[in-house]
Design a protein around this ligand. Structure first.
Ligand code: A3P
Length: 306
């Protein structure tokens, strides 16, 4: 609690382990033991790396571009975050628990093929992932932009009340939720050549959305026409994703804070969608500290960021 600078005891830090909501205890073992199916597609990522965007790409590509359902059914029901219960427990008197129940049960009961998302680090994911080897897509992002984005996220969802500089310091020390960044990135970067793994970077998704969609479709053994890719690109544009209540999380926030959350607060889950926003937030000294931290942790790994 002290480490993270939040008021409501939402997060717990276990030294040397990982900062997670205390409620995670209730489902941690259930996640580790969750059965994995061969035809699953798992999206694993550190938060704020474009995972909601990518999960929408994956779900649509896997579901014959069913835009109608993507608009009308929230992503958590179609393509659940397996640890979502730990977030939803805050919202239980309204939408969350009532509508969605236990997120691990939700995943366990989904018909195949399933599209499942998680932000958990590798040791807390289902052990069967390694044995069954379903398709796994991993997204990462330049840590400086990720950190800016995560700061806003934590203010929105975890009542974070520390300064951006303090948050950066916590991030570098591995004290933000989900724990240390580089072990998370590198545990999948090291597996990137395995045939069931597709490793993606947010910056590439931004630079070439169509190319990314084709790469994902190829990985998922699906094919679409150029016209269909036009429609996909349009559906997945920043503005359309931001307005899409199927995946912009407004339904969840409204269940806690009341109607029109985004309009009233001016804060959006799908916030800015840019590469290089860190330049608007970091002093040259802070940016240098990040550069050194990144260099130290990626040296010799081949992992680079635009
Ligand atoms: P910003 O906060 O920098 O805007 P995640 O879903 O993993 O939490 O990642 C959230 C980040 O992905 C946010 O970054 C969000 O705006 C960005 N994002 C979501 N949809 C996007 C889209 N269609 N185009 C570009 N960025 C998008």
């Amino acid at each position: 609690d002290r480490a993270f600078g939040i008021k409501n005891s939402l997060m717990e830090y276990n030294p040397g382990k990982c900062l997670l909501p205390p409620f995670h205890d209730k489902i941690a073992q259930q996640i580790i033991d969750a059965p994995v199916r061969e035809d699953d597609v798992w999206l694993i990522s550190f938060p704020r790396t474009g995972s909601t965007w990518c999960q929408e790409m994956i779900w649509l590509i896997g579901n014959d571009l069913d835009f109608e359902t993507a608009r009308n059914t929230i992503q958590q029901i179609r393509a659940p975050l397996i640890e979502m219960s730990t977030v939803l427990i805050q919202y239980q008197d309204t939408l969350g628990q009532e509508l969605l129940g236990n997120s691990v049960d939700l995943v366990n009961n989904l018909p195949s093929p399933r599209y499942i998302k998680s932000h958990l680090p590798l040791p807390l994911l289902p052990t069967e992932l390694d044995k069954i080897k379903p398709k796994i897509i991993y997204t990462c992002r330049n840590p400086k932009d990720m950190c800016v984005s995560y700061y806003h996220h934590c203010q929105m969802f975890h009542q974070l009340d520390i300064t951006f500089e303090e948050f950066c310091d916590q991030m570098i020390r591995g004290l933000t939720p989900m724990g240390a960044l580089f072990p998370h990135y590198l545990s999948f970067w090291e597996k990137r050549h395995e045939t069931n793994i597709l490793f993606l970077k947010y910056e590439d998704m931004k630079k070439d959305l169509r190319g990314t969609l084709k790469k994902i479709a190829n990985f998922m053994e699906k094919s679409y026409t150029e016209e269909e890719y036009d429609k996909l690109c349009d559906f997945l544009s920043f503005q359309n994703m931001r307005d899409n209540r199927g995946c912009n999380l407004e339904v969840l926030l409204e269940s806690k804070y009341g109607k029109d959350y985004f309009k009233k607060t001016g804060k959006y889950f799908i916030r800015k969608g840019q590469v290089g926003d860190w330049k608007n937030h970091m002093s040259p000294e802070l940016a240098k500290r990040f550069d050194d931290w990144i260099e130290e942790n990626t040296r010799g790994t081949g992992l680079t960021f635009d």
